[in-house]
Design a protein around this ligand. Structure first.
Ligand code: ARG
Length: 466
């Protein structure tokens, strides 16, 4: 929503004389960002008005005029009928001014016992509550996409990497479910943040509350908050919940960036583990053959915006004197863009995952490279009574020899294996090769079939009941 500058003097500023110039107006205005809060501002005002009626400040007909007026303003903002005049500074004043213009006297009473300081604190909490709910739902969708992919295509064996070097073989589904774990912690963090959001600040006024007997609990109840803020000073200046939200999104962004990086690598010609659907790729304006994973790259970049929002918000809050300071108006400039871009990133991530195709032939073709079975051989020796450190050395030497002769461990003749350690028996070949290794994983949470089945069962149940 674009606002336009008008030179009208604000009706509530009788204390001041002289006209604010256009530049100053632009500095003061937050309407360009907080217009997004119109719905929450109207809902909050409605709850406040209902309470004012109940405590006898408004008459029944004044309340119904306010109710009708606010409802009409809601649709008029949506249809663009109400001009977003930057001279009015923010969405609160746009709505209140429109209301007074339309219903007169009753509209003049709406702001009783209220300040824009507690009003914006309320609007932000209503906004953040919805944002968290939407984000949790979108993360759930992405988790379900990973679980489906793991279930449908995750039974193939692929290398797991440490230091981006081949480490041990695992089922592909195991790697996919690692992302589901990270995302689960993101959901838990957001749900926890929601508890801090769930506090109603309205009734705190500008800083010290009001001498009018406002029914704060009633307003909280009408707006679905489970608590009211205990301290009016804290209530108007607390933006911790926004910083938490930005932190939670930063970590979510970091998780998404790690996944994106994995898949950018896996979808290269060099790896060829995953084929991304054309619908989530782009080409090059010059090189006709290109199929680029730009969507993954941009998802990877989102963590940078999230982290900078978090840092920006914290720096803005640092050393602010207690109570409301106008600096706080800029909180939205940090928090709003990152919430909307994370929602887009999550939606697209879900599309990428649900259309991805593993390339089993390519993966299988390379499985013998990199001695993925070396650790398994060392553990086999442990089973035959060899101390692990000794076993590690024996296998290390075997790998060095095999590298020299260009063999895999499974290709080494029995005599060679036996020469390295007389505890080795012919059953050793049941432990060599990626497939055998995966068969022998015993620990809970390992990369084998049994463990994958167990994890899948867990997630299917968990993500259904959420
Ligand atoms: N628009 C402001 C904000 O977003 C609320 C206005 C408070 N203004 C004031 N002078 N106390 O924070």
């Amino acid at each position: 929503m674009k606002g336009k500058v008008s030179k009208s003097v604000k009706s509530w500023e009788r204390r001041l004389s002289g006209q604010i110039d256009e530049e100053t107006m632009l500095l003061l205005a937050s309407l360009d960002v907080d217009a997004e809060l119109y719905k929450y501002d109207i809902i909050g005002s409605l709850a406040h008005a209902i309470m004012l009626r109940e405590i006898g400040i408004l008459t029944g007909s004044e309340l119904s005029a306010i109710r009708k007026g606010l409802k009409k303003i809601l649709t008029d903002i949506e249809s663009g009928k109400i001009k977003l005049d930057l001279a009015l500074e923010d969405i609160h004043m746009v709505i209140e001014t429109a209301l007074i213009k339309r219903i007169g006297q009753a509209g003049q009473k709406l702001h009783t016992g209220r300040s824009r300081n507690d009003q914006i604190a309320l609007d932000l909490r209503l906004w953040a509550r919805d944002a968290v709910d939407d984000l949790i739902e979108l993360i759930g969708n992405l988790q379900r996409a990973f679980v489906n992919l793991a279930d449908e295509q995750g039974w193939i064996i692929m290398p797991a990497y440490t230091h981006l070097q081949r480490a041990q073989p695992i089922l592909a589904g195991h790697a996919l479910l690692a992302y589901v774990e990270m995302l689960d912690r993101d959901v838990a963090r957001l749900a926890d943040c929601r508890k801090r959001i769930d506090v109603c600040p309205l009734g705190s006024g500008a800083i010290a509350g009001s001498s009018i007997q406002l029914d704060r609990k009633r307003v909280a109840e009408l707006l679905g908050f489970s608590k009211i803020a205990r301290n009016s000073i804290d209530a108007v200046s607390d933006r911790d919940f926004l910083a938490e939200l930005c932190f939670d999104l930063s970590l979510l962004g970091v998780h998404l960036s790690r996944w994106a990086e994995d898949w950018i690598i896996f979808s290269t010609t060099e790896f060829g583990f995953i084929e991304l659907d054309d619908s989530v790729c782009t080409s090059s304006s010059m090189m006709p053959q290109k199929k680029n994973a730009d969507t993954l790259e941009l998802i990877r970049a989102k963590s940078a915006s999230a982290i900078s929002s978090l840092v920006g918000l914290l720096v803005m809050m640092k050393s602010l004197p207690s109570g409301y300071n106008r600096d706080l108006q800029d909180d939205k400039r940090f928090a709003f863009p990152i919430v909307s871009s994370m929602k887009i990133a999550l939606n697209v991530a879900e599309k990428i995952v649900s259309t991805a195709k593993f390339q089993p032939d390519r993966i299988r073709a390379g499985l013998d490279a990199g001695f993925l079975d070396a650790t398994s051989l060392a553990e086999y020796l442990v089973g035959k009574g060899v101390p692990f450190r000794t076993a590690h050395q024996i296998v290390g030497e075997l790998v060095a020899n095999a590298t020299r002769t260009g063999h895999t461990l499974a290709e080494l003749p029995f005599v060679v294996l036996q020469a390295s350690c007389d505890k080795i028996e012919p059953d050793v070949y049941n432990y060599l090769g990626a497939e055998n290794v995966v068969k022998h994983y015993k620990t809970a949470g390992a990369g084998g079939k049994r463990q994958l089945r167990k994890q899948l069962n867990f997630w299917k149940k968990r993500l259904k009941s959420d």
